[in-house]
Design a protein around this ligand. Structure first.
Ligand SMILES: Nc1ncnc2c1ncn2[C@@H]1O[C@H](COP(=O)(O)OP(=O)(O)O)[C@@H](O)[C@H]1O
Ligand code: SF4
Ligand SMILES: [Mg+2]
Length: 380
């Protein structure tokens, strides 16, 4: 398969953050290059009103994603991964959810999508950004045929019934569905979980978007199928030059396939770095604990390590360190520290190594976990 350039940049009058105009100007040729900043998230806050008070599911999330890059987002259940990732597409969990900060797509000419209504966001969805959901069993319309659902995802990018049918077959073949021409009339209940997830991936890539967000795309599948689907996603990402945000609760998964990793804890990114740096020189105690808890980080005859305690509920949290109650390195000064995501060492680029721990510089290589998952994996 030849490398393809993801969908074109938004023409000025198509910009989702801009006033609407009567005429739609044709999109110019794609000016983007691999390595350009595609997504820039600054101080993203998502507050969901609940009877117990607002749940701060994302609380000051800052991160960047470059064209063609794979960014892993990892953290325990309830740390805000899904809410954050859906906010990258302008989606909010409830209509009354408050969203502040900025979510910009600089290379698409989009300044900020927070607060935009769905009518304006639709110009972004499918063509520029798309999501692969967690549960394939519930994500397709049970009463619509597979072929029709994939065809819908083409939007108006392919004209004519015959050409649309051909493109649907091509997409289903691209995602590894055997004999796709014989499956167009099938309904979702006739497909296995793996086939449904392949179909959802076909839907997500139908318009060759610049960015895919995959929220735990293999969690609901059998173990054997999980590897196949992850492999498919990564080979498509490489072939199509797409940027990928891969969400997982499993550090061993993201560390094997991602260029960079953002570690989330209690609604915040607590550390972000390129994968090798994060694994060998973690600069936040939570990341160190996650690495230490990996099955590959303990000897065969040792019990698995767990991180004592539990994350705090995301209601009424103050500005100080949220990991303090579980942190081995906690000291009195931490209780005064208003956490910020700060560059570790001398910052070279906005996407260089950052940590929210005030003692990050003390966690140098000498204090890193004794072995990295890769080292251990090779010994096992
Ligand atoms: N619709 C909702 N109403 C109330 N709280 C919600 C809603 N959606 C998510 N939350 C809360 O937001 C927090 C983050 O959730 P989520 O992003 O789904 O976590 P993760 O994906 O990391 O498991 C959790 O405390 C969750 O209970
Ligand atoms: S700021 Fe203090 S309590 Fe928080 S992670 Fe760092 S050392 Fe631990
Ligand atoms: Mg989730």
């Amino acid at each position: 398969m030849s490398a393809a350039t993801p969908g074109p940049a938004l023409a000025p009058d198509e910009r989702v953050g801009m006033p609407e105009a009567d005429e739609v100007v044709p999109a110019p040729a794609d000016p983007r290059e691999p390595g350009d900043v595609l997504l820039e998230v600054r101080d993203l806050r998502v507050s969901i009103p609940t009877p117990a008070g607002p749940v701060h599911a994302a609380d000051g999330v800052t991160l960047t994603l470059r064209q063609g890059e794979v960014l892993g987002v990892v953290g325990e259940t309830g740390s805000g991964k899904s809410v954050t990732c859906r906010a990258l597409l302008g989606l909010r969990p409830t209509p009354k959810t408050e969203v502040t900060g900025t979510v910009a797509y600089p290379s698409l000419g989009v300044d900020d999508i927070t607060g935009l209504p769905p009518r304006r966001l639709r110009r972004l969805w499918g063509r520029h950004v798309a999501m692969i959901p967690q549960n394939p069993m519930t994500s397709l319309d049970p009463v619509k045929r597979i072929g029709d659902q994939v065809a819908e995802a083409l939007g108006d990018t392919v004209k004519g019934a015959a050409a649309r049918r051909e493109r649907v077959i091509e997409l289903l073949r691209q995602v590894g569905l055997p004999a796709p021409e014989r499956r167009l009339d099938a309904f979702p209940h006739q497909f296995s979980g793996g086939m449904l997830q392949r179909t959802l991936i076909a839907i997500a890539i139908a318009q060759n978007p610049a960015m895919l967000v995959a929220d735990e795309p293999t969690t609901a599948l059998d173990v054997l199928i999980q590897d196949q689907i992850l492999g498919l996603l990564l080979s498509l990402q490489r072939d199509l030059g797409t940027s990928l945000v891969l969400v997982s609760h499993d550090l061993s998964v993201v560390s094997q396939v991602c260029d960079r990793v953002a570690v989330m804890y209690a609604g915040q990114v607590v550390e972000i770095a390129d994968t090798a740096t994060l694994l060998t020189q973690p600069r936040h105690p939570y990341t160190r604990a996650l690495i230490g808890a990996l099955p590959s980080a303990v000897a065969r005859d040792e019990p698995l390590r767990v991180i004592p305690g539990a994350p705090p509920p995301l209601v009424g949290l103050g500005p100080t360190c949220r990991f303090a109650a579980r942190c081995e390195l906690h000291e009195a000064a931490c209780d005064e520290w208003r956490t910020e995501l700060l560059a570790v060492g001398a910052p070279t680029r906005p996407d260089s190594h950052h940590s929210r721990c005030r003692r990050a510089d003390e966690l140098d290589a000498a204090a890193a976990p004794p072995t990295t998952p890769k080292d251990q994996g090779e010994q096992r």
